[in-house]
Design a protein around this ligand. Structure first.
Ligand code: ME8
Length: 633
């Protein structure tokens, strides 16, 4: 059986667990669940980083011993992961003996191999980041990374000869395109390595910082918190203690991290592994950063998104769905309640929730709550098989949002199938019985496949669908083949999966098509262009989230358009046709790569497509559901 080992960062136990921590952990959970579903042997590790100066100080402030402090704080992470249905196989705490013993063993080995040296060092120290900076890296007495004040420190310390691995690491990155992902991050690391690489200070004097793993051969020092923390990835699967187990899991398939800690992973960790003679992980994937309503999240701003509160209000699965659907993995994203509610209502309540409840209601009503006889199934077998392949490709590429988009194509197709086949009409005509049965069978079996496909993302909803289909006891709702549901099998209608919630503003999906109000000009008017010229235009679906008139202009409107990953200001000459308020929530076609231009002193960062000549007759809209950011081709 092939094995799959995936990790998250181990989070600082002092932090309040927020949407950022939940994001990485949910993404790792989806991959772990997906690989289990494929029959692989999975080890999914997360945990907490419990040593270091910040913990020591926070404990002192509370007047408790550091160990008591971390024992109390770790519960917040453990409970949140339970709440979010995280299926981790182990939870490491860096204060556990099973971990600290391995940290010490590694230091012993490195010392014995001549990888360490002791050296007197003077530099600028950033206390919150727990790291030294050289003179030329610091300006105005501020940490170049976090901007907080640094202090001058001079001390003896142990150093790891990291610099000697620079060339080898560059070669490894060059020859392993999947090692650092996404590609932009890989280039960042190569850029970092193009500069000279220093050695790494890996100790802290115990006199200044007692809360750390003691150096095994020098009592005066404890281990630098990052070296301590990184070692968790090998200490827990058995390095130095259980070689057979270690060989089963190492090298890890994926270290999932945020972009903030890419260097520590790609450079410090990789070089340490090289010094230990160990293979490097197959992939370090650095995802993007969440902001909240466009602002950095911070306790002082009071805008930290508490996943627990979101779960209380909307349920676990909508939260899991939203964070992975809203933002392409690897990109930065912005959290807003409006965006959350918008997606909840459209994708979950409207699309998936309706499909489930309509299908089950009709089987209850027309088939006495039993799975009807199958018949010709209008291409759904092919569609679900093709989607399963696409989901596989997308997840191998960490493109969670794309996998979900693919699944929603089936959801939407099935909803349309209900409309076009109109079972309520078939039910009135006894000779249409076989057709009615075939339609409802297709819908029930399609639901089973949808539940299988969403199960890594939304395990509770998948379970609820399986239960409704009478498959509660069948692992994963049965195999991936078509036609597993048997005619006559009882089904049970359940309460709605996603009860509708408050809409922040109306989202229009189907556009009115007004009569043309202007004369139509003859075609063609322009010289022909090749497809390669057309391909230069980046056309996207946009959603108008704000609109106002530009003062002193009857025509110009200033729009804020959500393009899925960012919001753009676009000026459009449509003010004689449309009132700004009527445009909020409207989905439009946007030229996303138009050079910014100034109109009446305001910048316009794109163009909205409309039909018409001098006068606009209609904005271009969409008949089927689409999402902001989708490509138009
Ligand atoms: O760095 N957006 O722990 P940490 C997205 N202990 N992800 C975010 C985020 C945000 N706004 N905020 C946090 C540490 N994260 C070390 C790690 S590993 C050997 C040691 C996520 O508590 C993201 O995964 O600061 C980021 O890398 C991690 O939390 C940092 O967690």
């Amino acid at each position: 059986m092939s094995s799959y080992y995936i990790t998250t960062p181990i989070y600082y136990v002092n932090d309040v667990p927020h949407i950022g921590h939940a994001y990485t952990t949910i993404a790792a959970d989806v991959l772990a669940r997906y690989h289990r579903l494929r029959g692989e042997d999975v080890f999914f590790l997360t945990g907490t980083d419990e040593h270091g100066q910040k913990v020591q100080q926070a404990a002192a402030k509370r007047g408790v011993a550091p160990q008591q402090h971390v024992d109390e704080l770790v519960i917040r992470f453990e409970q949140l992961w339970k709440r979010l249905d995280i299926s981790n196989d182990d939870f490491v705490r860096t204060t556990q003996r099973r971990h600290t013993a391995v940290v010490q063993e590694i230091l012993r080995r490195l010392q014995a191999q001549g990888e360490l040296y002791r050296h007197s060092y003077e530099g600028w120290y950033c206390l919150p980041d727990e790291r030294f900076w050289a003179n030329d890296e610091v300006s105005d007495g501020k940490c170049p990374e976090c901007g907080r004040p640094v202090e001058r420190l001079s001390e003896q310390n142990y150093f790891f000869k990291m610099s000697r691995y620079r060339e080898r690491l560059i070669r490894h990155i060059d020859t392993h395109p999947d090692f650092i992902r996404p590609e932009a991050r890989r280039n960042e690391v190569l850029g970092f390595l193009a500069q000279p690489l220093g050695d790494l200070c890996i100790s802290r004097p115990r006199a200044r910082l007692p809360w750390g793993v003691p150096f095994p051969f020098d009592d005066a020092f404890v281990t630098y918190v990052w070296v301590d923390a990184l070692v968790n990835y090998i200490s827990i699967p058995g390095y130095g203690t259980d070689e057979a187990r270690f060989a089963r899991w190492w090298p890890a398939n994926v270290h999932l991290v945020g972009k903030d800690i890419l260097t520590t992973h790609a450079v410090y960790w990789s070089t340490l592994l090289m010094a230990l003679g160990l293979d490097l992980p197959s992939t370090i994937y650095a995802h993007g950063w969440w902001t909240v309503n466009g602002e950095k999240m911070s306790k002082s701003r009071g805008n930290v998104v508490d996943p627990g509160a979101m779960v209380d209000e909307f349920g676990v699965d909508p939260f899991r769905y939203f964070v992975l659907r809203e933002v392409p993995f690897g990109h930065d994203g912005d959290f807003s309640r409006d965006a959350f509610i918008g997606r909840y209502n459209s994708d979950l309540a409207n699309d998936l929730g309706n499909l489930v409840s309509r299908t089950l209601t009709m089987i209850e009503r027309y088939c006495e709550s039993r799975v009807p006889q199958p018949g010709p199934e209008d291409d759904f077998e092919e569609l679900v098989a093709a989607t399963a392949r696409e989901v596989d490709n997308s997840l191998r590429d960490f493109q969670f949002h794309r996998a979900l988009q693919e699944i929603w194509i089936i959801v939407n197709r099935a909803n349309r199938y209900i409309e076009t086949s109109a079972p309520w009409t078939l039910a009135k005509n006894p000779s249409a019985r076989p057709h009615l049965d075939a339609v409802l069978y297709t819908l029930a079996e399609t639901l089973r496949h949808i539940a299988r496909l969403i199960s890594p993302f939304m395990p509770q909803s998948a379970r609820a669908i399986f239960e409704s289909l009478g498959l509660a006891d069948v692992p994963n709702g049965g195999p991936a083949a078509w036609g597993v549901l048997k005619a006559g099998h009882p089904i049970h209608k359940a309460p709605p999966l996603f009860p509708r919630t408050v809409t922040p503003h109306p989202v229009r999906i189907v556009m009115d098509i007004p009569e043309p109000t202007v004369a139509v000009s003859p075609t063609p008017q322009l010289a022909p262009i090749g497809i390669e010229d057309f391909a230069k235009i980046d056309l996207r679906v946009g959603k108008i989230v704000a609109a106002e008139r530009v003062p002193k202009s009857s025509k110009l409107l200033k729009l804020q358009v959500d393009l899925g990953t960012e919001t753009r200001q676009v000026l459009a000459g449509i003010g004689t046709k449309y009132d700004p308020e009527a445009l909020i929530g409207r989905l439009v076609a946007v030229v996303a790569n138009l050079k910014p231009a100034k109109l009446m002193g305001l910048e316009s960062q794109g163009m909205i497509l409309a039909a018409g000549d001098k006068e606009v007759a209609s904005l271009i809209g969409f008949v089927e559901p689409v999402q902001p950011g989708m490509k138009i081709k």
